[in-house]
Design a protein around this ligand. Structure first.
Ligand code: XAN
Ligand code: ZN
Length: 431
């Protein structure tokens, strides 16, 4: 057993529904076998457990592990290709890089870089777009198992409009994905997600192959893209003549539901929002990507008014990095700039980057906050002395203000420690 002593912030209840920032100013978490078994004021906890080792994290703030609901493994080396819209960005910058993952050695290096980027940014759970190559996707799963990441991922599948090496057939998709499910789904912290890239590149039979995989193993997840860019939406409408709208391409195949996460939805119709809510399908909102690719600004109020579940994704490499602090801040900026924008405070941002993601990924019983019974997935933010975040934390008016400083100023360089299931996965430096 270990007691972690820290200033602890988390949001067990959604601030949109009356929840508030929960704070332990000098708190303690008693952790056994990776699970939090007691929580409270440090002095009281210590008095009840005098023999237990104490890890002192009192400088800085301890947060729940961050949850990224949409991020692309093969794109870590091409983050930051600025100035293009979705389809030309994919064709010119992204897909040529994704072809390179056909070489296993290349894929192994990229997998390590990807996981270092995620974990070093405080992300402890993620829904990850794998590679179009089964071997490269297998390499990702193996690397994530070694690092201990709580990861849901899958083989990305397409049968049109992409470079030939990235294409497959519904039969091959089914066989390759079945083998990966057999090997990885439910192993440790890993799960499988069927991953048709988007309706533009995955035709009806490819979507149906995905549905068949889900039907055969009802614990398998599903992820794809939706309504990101106006030209993409027009192209999809031409390809799926019988579909009512973009969402209907997935709906007709039977892919919607509470274990499906669709990225973007920047340009939804009201009918699509109704249908997303009725099926409990989650939208992964990816604001830096939406701004960088000029896809549009996320109509979050309409999603809320319709009752659609929304979580946060970095969408690396359309997004500009792995940090969910930056991503949440961009979500805040986007809503500030919209006439109908949702007012977001720092507690909303923390909830979005942690508990909302855990709920979206069906992990709310395990992670998302630092309550008793949850796994010890945690991020220790301890900015270097004298840096703006250290100054900001010292001069913050109150806890909400301190949390706002974290979102405004926090970067991976401020993260001193990351734990997943009680195991330190990103070293505590200099303490
Ligand atoms: O943001 C995105 N990134 C991608 O890699 C992609 N592929 C299809 N649609 C996409 N959108
Ligand atoms: Zn994406």
């Amino acid at each position: 057993m270990i007691i972690y002593r820290a200033r602890i912030f988390d949001t067990p209840r959604d601030p949109f529904d009356g929840g508030e920032l929960r704070v332990e100013t000098d708190g303690g978490l008693l952790v056994e076998d990776g699970k939090i078994i007691e929580r409270g004021d440090f002095t009281g906890l210590r008095a009840r457990h005098r023999e237990v080792e104490v890890v002192t994290l009192t400088d800085g703030v301890l947060l729940p592990g961050l949850v990224d609901t949409h991020v692309h493994y093969p794109q870590v080396r091409v983050i930051g290709q600025l100035g293009k819209p979705l389809l030309s960005w994919l064709e010119e910058d992204i897909l040529p890089e994704e072809v390179r993952l056909g070489a296993d050695g290349y894929a192994s290096e990229v997998a390590e870089e990807f996981l270092t980027g995620l974990i070093g940014s405080g992300t402890t759970s993620a829904l990850v777009f794998g590679s179009h190559f089964a071997a490269a996707t297998d390499i990702l799963f193996a690397a994530a198992a070694r690092r201990g990441l709580r990861m849901t991922a899958g083989l990305v599948t397409s049968d049109r409009h992409l470079p030939e090496p990235l294409l497959t057939t519904p039969e091959r998709c089914y066989a390759d994905a079945s083998a990966l499910i057999e090997r990885w789904h439910g192993v440790g912290r890993l799960r499988y997600a069927v991953t048709p890239r988007f309706a533009y590149s995955a035709g009806e039979s490819m979507l149906e192959a995905a549905t068949q995989l889900i039907k055969e193993d009802d614990g398998v997840w599903c992820t794809s893209h939706l309504n990101e860019n106006v030209d993409e939406i027009a192209a999809v409408a031409k390809l799926f003549g019988a579909a009512r709208d973009y969402l209907d391409c997935y709906d007709r195949a039977g892919l919607l539901g509470g274990r499906t996460v669709l990225a973007h939805n920047v340009h939804p119709t009201d009918r699509e929002l109704d249908r997303l809510a009725a099926t409990r399908t989650v939208i992964a909102h990816c604001p830096t990507s939406n701004a960088s690719l000029a896809s549009g600004s996320f109509p979050w109020r309409r999603h809320r008014d319709h009752g659609v579940r929304v979580a946060l994704g970095t969408d690396v490499g359309g997004g500009t990095g792995f940090s969910l602090f930056k991503e949440a801040l961009q979500a805040y900026f986007t809503q500030r700039l919209r006439p109908d924008g949702l007012p977001l405070g720092s507690a909303h941002l923390l909830h979005l980057a942690t508990a909302a993601g855990a709920d979206a990924l069906g992990l709310a019983d395990q992670v998302g906050d630092l309550s008793v019974g949850k796994q010890f997935d945690a991020v220790w933010l301890r900015p270097p002395a004298g840096q703006p975040l250290a100054v900001g934390l010292r001069h913050a008016r109150d806890d909400h203000d301190a949390l706002a400083r974290i979102f405004a100023l926090g970067t991976p360089a401020d993260i001193a420690g990351v734990w997943i299931g009680g195991t330190l996965v990103h070293p505590i430096t200099g303490s």
